[in-house]
Design a binder for this molecule. Structure first.
Ligand code: SD4
Length: 324
């Protein structure tokens, strides 16, 4: 962003600059230093390359970041093989599939649904909350009622496969959250369109066999997702409880605002979680981020995390560095 626009948007006066020179000087030089990357760009947690392909192709055709991010994550919400998002998601310990999702647009608007049952595309309900209501978040029965009013169809989301796995789990009922399930997990996605505008979405069925009523970080604005179109966006995956306690995605964006690259910001946010959680070896926490210059990054506590990236008509899986 040009210095003048940056200052104007931030509402910073000359007096304010001279009072706090170091932070703002750092901000401005960081944004000016970076060459603008080739646009558009779509990135997503884990190797969700079908989702980034969908979003990337839409963006290339000129679709907005908001439409592309919604349609991108919808691919995983419908993917029955993915047992951590949408249809086919693993149930809670009582057998309920409950979904969490949120979305943010480049104007800073946000919508979210938590503990939503029987609707395949929670991200689209979250978008309706953002666009059709004066609220940001709807939960449970109310969210379902709203979805039905908006024309969404109720359906059973517990597949035979997820039901079998749950019944198997019930034999021992041992609750130990799993660190990494190879390359699939919650999807958080960030899209930057041809105009350089950023939108994001995050959608999940949450931790498998969680307590009935449990809501994770994914639908919490600032935790599972945060976008500030003046600075960048971030999304999280992993142990929601740890991510929520650090308001992780907001933290990543604020670190970028203060001059960190997306990679540095993700690393620092993970290190914060590590420092505050003595048991960090027992869980995974990961972030991806994009800044206004189109630079991207990702970092995790444990090895095995990667993000999918669509840019220049190419879809890549980028392996991330980790704390451990
Ligand atoms: C949650 N963050 O509900 C989600 C789950 C997840 O990798 O991302 N797992 O806590």
């Amino acid at each position: 962003m040009k210095r003048r626009n940056f200052l104007k948007k931030a509402g910073i006066t000359g007096a304010a600059i001279s009072a706090t020179p170091s932070i703002f000087a750092q901000n401005i030089s960081e944004f000016q230093k970076s060459e603008k990357a080739s646009l558009p760009i779509a990135i997503a947690t884990w190797n969700f390359h079908e989702a980034t392909k969908k979003a990337g192709e839409l963006l290339t055709e000129g679709t907005s970041a908001l439409d592309a991010v919604e349609q991108g994550v919808m691919i995983e919400e419908s993917n029955l093989k993915n047992t951590t998002v949408g249809n086919g998601g693993a149930p809670d310990r009582d057998g309920n599939v409950t979904l969490d999702a949120c979305i943010m647009d480049p104007d800073g608007n946000a919508g979210s649904v938590v503990y939503l049952k029987n609707i395949e595309h929670p991200v689209s309900v979250a978008r309706k909350v953002m666009e059709q209501t004066p609220h940001v978040m709807l939960a449970g029965e109310g969210a379902l009622q709203f979805a039905i009013q908006q024309g969404f169809k109720k359906q059973d989301l517990l597949t035979d496969q997820s039901k079998e796995a749950w019944k198997e789990w019930l034999k021992e009922k041992e609750y130990k959250p799993i660190i990494n399930i190879e390359n699939h997990d919650t999807i958080g996605m960030l899209c930057m369109d041809k105009d350089g505008d950023i939108a994001g979405a995050c959608t999940t069925s949450g931790l498998a066999y969680k307590m009935n009523g449990r809501v994770g970080d994914s639908p919490i604005i600032g935790s599972g997702l945060f976008v500030d179109n003046e600075v960048g966006g971030a999304a999280a995956t992993g142990m929601g409880e740890a991510i929520m306690k650090s308001v992780g995605s907001f933290l990543v964006v604020e670190l970028m605002r203060n001059g960190r690259s997306p990679q540095q910001a993700c690393k620092e946010a993970v290190e914060r979680i590590v420092k505050k959680n003595a048991n960090h070896k027992d869980f995974q926490a990961c972030f991806i981020a994009i800044n206004k210059a189109g630079e991207v990054g990702g970092y995790a506590i444990h090895d095995g995390f990667s993000y999918a990236k669509y840019q220049d008509n190419q879809n890549k899986n980028v392996k991330c560095k980790s704390f451990l």
